[in-house]
Every structure is written in C-alpha cells, then in structure tokens.
Design a protein around this ligand. Structure first.
Ligand code: AP5
Ligand code: MG
Ligand code: ZN
Length: 216
C-alpha cells in the first residue's frame, strides 16, 4: 500500500503515521524528519536545509525531490510506504508521479487531515518530541506520564525550534500558497480522501484505518 498523508503543520500527520506504519508494517518517510536528522548530524544537506527550516520556509524542490527519489528505491519500500509531508509543491507532485512510474508503482491513497488554523497554533506550541525515539506528545492533548520524559523509552523530550508563534505563521503561509493547491491535483486523480483531524487521536486513527481497509 502506497500512502500519502497531507495536511497543514500540526494537523497530526506524524502522530497518525506512527500508528499506521506499525499497523501496516511499512516504512514512514517524513522529509521533515530526514532534514532534522541531517541537521543534527551536521551534514552538508542538513546545513543547507537548516537555512530554510529555521525560517519556516520550504526547502528547495531539487534537494527535497532528490531525497525522496533515493529513499523510495530502497528495498524496504517494495511492500509499500507512507509519505508524510511530501509532496508540498506542484513540482514535487509531478516528480513523485515520475518516480512512481519509473518504479512501476502507483499511489493508492492520499489522506488529507483537515484541521482549522486556530487549533494548529495550540497544537504546535504544545508539542514535545522524544530525543531518542522520536515519539510525539502534547503538553495538554497527549501528555507523557512524567513531565518531559518519554513513556516508551524514558528519553528526554524537546521542543522543535520552528514550533513558536512566529515560525508557525510562516509555515502556515507556505502551506496555504504552495501545498493547499495540490489537493485539487489529487482530487482530479480520484485518490484524495478527507479526514476530520480535529477529533481525538484514536478516533482519527480509526477513521484512517477504515479508509485504508476499504471499509468507509
Ligand atoms: P515537517 O516536520 O513535516 O513539519 P510540518 O509539515 O510543519 O508538520 P508538523 O510535523 O509540524 O505537523 P504534523 O502534521 O506532523 O503534526 P503532529 O502529528 O506532530 O517539516 C518541517 C520543515 O521541513 C518544513 O517547514 C520545511 O522547511 C521542511 N520540509 C519538509 N518537507 C518538505 C517538502 N516536501 N518540501 C519542502 N520543505 C520541506 O501533531 C502536532 C501536535 O498536535 C503534537 O503535539 C500532537 O501530539 C498533537 N496532536 C496530533 N493529533 C492530535 C489530535 N487529533 N488531537 C489533539 N492533539 C493532537
Ligand atoms: Mg510531522
Ligand atoms: Zn522515546
């Protein structure tokens, strides 16, 4: 199953992806996570990506497309994959079509998580992430059992540098101008499915699973 998750910053793409990939046993491919990893390792890619991410801007298409092209050719993607946060521009969507064609594959589902703009800021500023295993929490909506400590691995929780009100504003603007138009692109292909991302985390997961299993 080849799946794509779309939605604005804070819609719950990463939270839902964690659950869906363990249910369907496919790799989770997040371009944001890939850039953050490269940044933490101080690689040339990471340093280049950092220039844009730290301002809340999109990383240029050629860099982003190159990463996904390479990743989708790895053997663990043969049984399917879940793309989170790619494509975000028309050029990226067209490149993905071309990559899929060259691999003889097709996208099966595009899930769009719909969340109102007002809620996104609260979600993003309260987000905390585990330094060791990457699990995502929220100080109010999904708190860990012990403040600042990951339930799963006891790792330390941190806040992303782009999760403040100023950067979130820029990120949302990028989404509205460059990514929202892509919904029509997938609607026209007949593979776009809308999910209410404002419900509780478990309810959203169930809705997505029903869609993926063809029961909705
Ligand atoms: P990326 O890391 O992908 O960030 P994003 O798109 O801004 O999305 P987020 O990860 O912030 O949100 P999410 O939807 O995953 O929400 P989450 O599940 O964590 O990209 C970062 C940057 O990398 C970009 O700004 C850009 O610079 C660059 N980049 C990446 N891909 C690129 C591309 N293709 N092209 C160009 N540049 C690219 O949830 C958020 C919070 O809400 C959490 O605290 C969670 O616990 C909580 N929450 C989740 N669901 C619920 C719920 N149902 N109810 C209550 N709380 C919830
Ligand atoms: Mg995410
Ligand atoms: Zn952890």
């Amino acid at each position: 199953m080849n799946i794509l998750f779309m939605g604005p910053p804070g819609a719950g793409k990463g939270t839902q992806a964690e659950r869906i990939v363990s249910e369907f046993n496919i790799p989770h491919i997040s371009t944001g996570d890939a850039f953050r990893l490269a940044k933490s390792q101080g690689t040339p890619l990471g340093l280049e990506a950092q220039k844009y991410m730290d301002q809340g801007l999109y990383v240029p298409d050629d860099i982003t497309i190159g990463i996904v092209r390479e990743r989708l050719q790895q053997p663990d993607c043969e049984q399917g994959f879940l793309l989170d946060g790619f494509p975000r521009t028309t050029a990226q969507a067209e490149a993905l079509d071309e990559i899929m064609k060259s691999l003889g594959r097709e996208l099966n589902h595009v899930i769009n998580l719909k969340v109102d703009r007002d809620l996104l800021l609260a979600r993003l500023t309260g987000r905390r992430i585990c330094k060791s295993c990457g699990s995502t929490y929220h100080v109010m909506f999904n708190p860990p059992q012990v403040d600042g400590v990951c339930d799963k691995c006891q790792g330390e929780l941190y806040q992303r540098t782009d999760d403040n009100a100023e950067k979130v504003g820029t990120r949302l603007d990028e989404y509205v101008t460059k990514t929202a138009p892509l919904l029509e692109y997938y609607e026209a292909k007949g593979i776009l499915r809308q999910v209410d991302g404002e419900k509780e985390i478990d309810a959203v997961s169930q809705e997505i699973q029903s869609l993926l299993r063809g029961k909705a």
